[in-house]
Write a protein that binds this ligand. Structure first.
Ligand SMILES: [Zn+2]
Length: 499
């Protein structure tokens, strides 16, 4: 009682702000949101589904209650994000050698078209080894051919072409009619098959160019090349040199590929607290609202990937942080961004970075919140992005004020590219993930190896929200600090150029 009266006196004299009275975030506060967002009724929050509609309606109502105003560029709550989902339906592949139909004794082949129907006959088949030279250029003549590409790495490949996907894109751009990847040691055929059958989502502005893409196993290549009178091992060995320009397989192929192609209109949700000092910059809180939706086939007992930890927990934290920050006014604008399609590769965050609600060079800090229901109370504070900005010392000072201990290592940076903040880091905007979940990587790995991205990441009695509640309080304080132009003064040479 005394303490409260004393505080009210200070408030009356304007010595401390109303936000200082923001009640600590409790586990119950967070659990209430997680139970709704990760309920079966929300169907696992798949982009473009009824689950998206319910999720965004819930967040909009909660964020409006917190005092947030619509923050998207068009004055609404929503930034549209156009997606396309593709999966294989039926494919007929027929190889011919000197006019004779070949019989291949393997069905380790999966093809997906850019459009629902793709039909072409008499395509020459070309093996291109690793696909590019030491400069990352396509040197084989791949135009209007079906191309087989090794997914495995080669010593000579430049860094950006270590990724088989980037090499496939280069072949598509060079005019290949179809690019079929030969699975290898890094990712074997079952891994690719699972990926393709999961009907992955792409962002329309970055959609692929090629008409058909696919994957085959090395066993399939042995069968195919042998049937054509060749030797797969020799062919493969010849491709180890950087100047390999491809080898015709002496085959032509007829393709008839039917695919499931679904265009999806999804959304980022964006709310804003307008600052008192326009032009003094912005603080951006971010978290992905999406998860995998109905992720298991009909007949399975539990078909919904509810994403309680990943990332209903993060949206719960953002919502409670907004409710507390909404009690006071700050110098800088504060944005809350709920991104879509993080699970498909940070797509919503990339869409925000490409067409931001606030110019990127105005953003003083992005604080991403993802997968926070891991650590118990008392966890140390780790920073994903440690050493990448000049903000670590200030973030740590805010955490210490709350009696949090600091995890000094950079181990959590192994997750740097696996979280939405990366889409901003890539554009030189200071973006961090701060909290306890990434301080004890043993606990995090235990989750990643079990319930992660499966139907068991759901609301259970043992859901750990102790650390998340402390992280929520920490984010309230971080918001108050970085939105205050007297407290946080960016260094002269700002890193966030947005260029
Ligand atoms: Zn995830």
């Amino acid at each position: 009682m005394h303490a409260l009266r004393f505080a009210l006196t200070l408030l009356a004299f304007g010595l401390i702000s109303a936000a200082a009275f923001a009640k600590p975030v409790t586990e119950a506060d967070l659990r209430k949101h997680v139970e709704i967002l990760a309920s079966d009724e929300f169907e696992g929050r798949g982009p473009g589904t009824e689950g998206e509609r319910k999720t965004l309606a819930y967040l909009e109502s909660q964020w409006a209650k917190a005092g947030l105003k619509p923050g998207a560029r068009d004055g609404s709550w929503y930034q549209p994000v156009e997606l396309v989902r593709r999966g294989p339906k039926q494919a007929n592949v027929q190889f011919f050698s000197k006019g004779d139909k070949l019989r291949i004794v393997s069905d380790d082949i999966l093809l997906v078209g850019k459009e629902a129907q793709f039909k072409s006959s008499g395509l020459p088949a070309l093996f291109v080894g690793h696909g590019v030279d030491a400069q990352g250029k396509v040197i084989a003549d791949v135009r209007s051919k079906l191309v087989f590409l090794l997914t495995d790495d080669a010593d000579y490949l430049p860094a950006e072409m270590k990724s088989a996907r980037n090499r496939r894109n280069a072949l598509d751009e060079a005019g290949a009619a179809a690019v079929v990847m030969v699975s290898g040691e890094q990712f074997d055929f079952p891994v690719y098959r699972r990926l393709i059958l999961s009907r992955p989502v792409s962002w329309v502005p970055k959609d692929r160019k090629g008409n058909v893409e696919g994957v085959v196993s090395p066993q399939y290549m042995v069968a195919l090349v042998t049937a054509a009178g060749g030797d797969w091992d020799k062919l493969r060995a010849a491709a180890r040199t950087p100047d390999y320009a491809g080898q015709s397989l002496g085959l032509s192929v007829n393709l008839d590929v039917e695919s499931d192609v679904e265009r999806i209109s999804s959304n980022n949700i964006i709310g804003k607290f307008a600052g008192r000092k326009p032009g003094s910059g912005a603080v951006v809180f971010m978290g992905h609202w999406d998860h995998f939706g109905i992720c298991r086939p009909e007949g399975d007992e539990d078909r919904i990937c509810n994403g309680a930890v990943d990332n209903a927990s993060g949206m719960a934290v953002l919502t409670e942080v907004a409710k507390r920050l909404g009690r006071a006014k700050f110098d800088r604008d504060i944005y809350f961004v709920g991104t879509t399609a993080e699970e498909a590769g940070l797509i919503g965050a990339r869409a925000f970075a490409a067409d931001p609600a606030v110019p990127l060079n105005q953003i003083k800090i992005v604080l991403n919140v993802d997968t926070v229901a891991i650590a118990p109370k008392g966890a140390k504070v780790a920073i994903i992005g440690r050493g990448k900005t000049d903000l670590d010392a200030e973030v740590e000072a805010v955490a210490r004020k709350l009696k949090r201990k600091i995890e000094p290592s950079t181990d959590a940076n192994s997750f740097l590219q696996r979280q939405d903040g990366w889409a901003l880091t890539e554009k030189n905007v200071p973006a961090l993930m701060v909290g306890g979940s990434f301080a004890d990587l043993g606990k995090l790995e235990a989750f990643l190896k079990t319930d992660y991205h499966g139907p068991n990441d759901e609301v259970v009695d043992t859901l750990q929200l102790g650390g998340a509640a402390e992280d929520a309080d920490l984010h309230v304080e971080l918001g108050r600090y970085f939105a205050d132009s007297r407290k946080y003064k960016p260094k002269k040479a700002e890193k966030g150029t947005g260029e």
